[in-house]
Design a protein around this ligand. Structure first.
Ligand code: BTN
Length: 245
């Protein structure tokens, strides 16, 4: 991982570039990284603000020999690797909000977007996009996210060496990826739960089919969030926006 790096001053989106590279046969571990994105993408079709020079905007190509149903677990493997890298570089222990937000003091510092290229029942590649607010100052965030976003610089009070953070992420990702492949998802789930914010708390999950309110009781070995509603019914949540209530 990280031996094959495509670095750009400016790109539309590293996700888009990585999809093309993967399609053209780029090997596992290929990393696309840019200083600035002009049309960064977030989850659920949202826009991702990717200011020049302040963040870490990158996409990693992974080619696990697994069925497509296991793709969402990689978002959680990635979140754990990022949380660990942030701890190593800044000394701050972040929190993870299911499925893909890394938070510090309740504000978002990293977003992860995992996209899939599959051939029938096999993953041909996963494109894991990571957006980290590294050295943003308070005024750098647009009004739409200034209440909910933060940066490592704001939280730590010191400039963050981006290259070291990327290195720490790649090292941890490689480690957790190999644990996941050899030992299964369970050890990752346990690590993930140790960083999780909402487990045991009351949450509201907004899904495409409606809103489910209840207590988040954990994630399954597939990485699916489980919520117990007030009637004691357990719901498996595959994709949603989670709010703590
Ligand atoms: C989210 O909605 O929280 C996920 C955000 C993912 C943003 C990253 S930045 C690098 C990569 N390229 C993109 O266009 N998006 C991802």
């Amino acid at each position: 991982f990280g031996r094959n790096i495509h670095y750009y001053e400016s790109l539309g989106s590293t996700q888009k570039a990585a999809h093309q590279l993967a399609y053209d046969g780029a090997p596992e571990g290929t990393l696309v990284i840019t200083e600035e994105q002009t049309s960064g993408r977030g989850r659920l079709g949202r826009e991702w603000y990717s200011l020049s020079g302040k963040g870490i905007w990158m996409s990693l190509i992974v080619r696990p020999d697994l069925p497509p149903q296991q793709a969402p677990q990689f978002t959680l493997v990635t979140a754990v690797a990022i949380a660990r890298a942030i701890e190593e570089i800044t000394g701050i222990t972040p929190e993870i909000k299911w499925p893909n937000d890394v938070l510090i003091n309740g504000k978002k510092v990293v977003g992860i977007l995992t996209e899939l290229q599959a051939e029938s029942d096999k993953i041909s590649s996963l494109i894991i996009g990571i957006g980290m607010n590294a050295n943003h100052e308070p005024n750098d965030f647009p009004p739409a996210v200034e209440q909910t976003a933060t940066s490592l610089f704001i939280e730590k009070g010191e400039k963050i060496p981006r290259a070291r953070l990327i290195q720490a992420f790649l090292k941890n990702f490689e480690r957790y990826y190999s644990i996941y492949v050899t030992e299964g998802f369970r050890p990752i789930r346990i690590l993930w739960e140790s960083y999780a914010v909402s487990i045991g708390k009351r949450v509201k999950a907004t899904t495409v089919t409606g809103v489910i309110a209840g207590r988040a009781i954990g994630i399954t070995d597939e990485g699916v969030l489980r919520i117990e509603d007030d009637e004691g019914v357990i719901h498996n949540i595959y994709s949603a926006d989670i709010q703590q209530t």
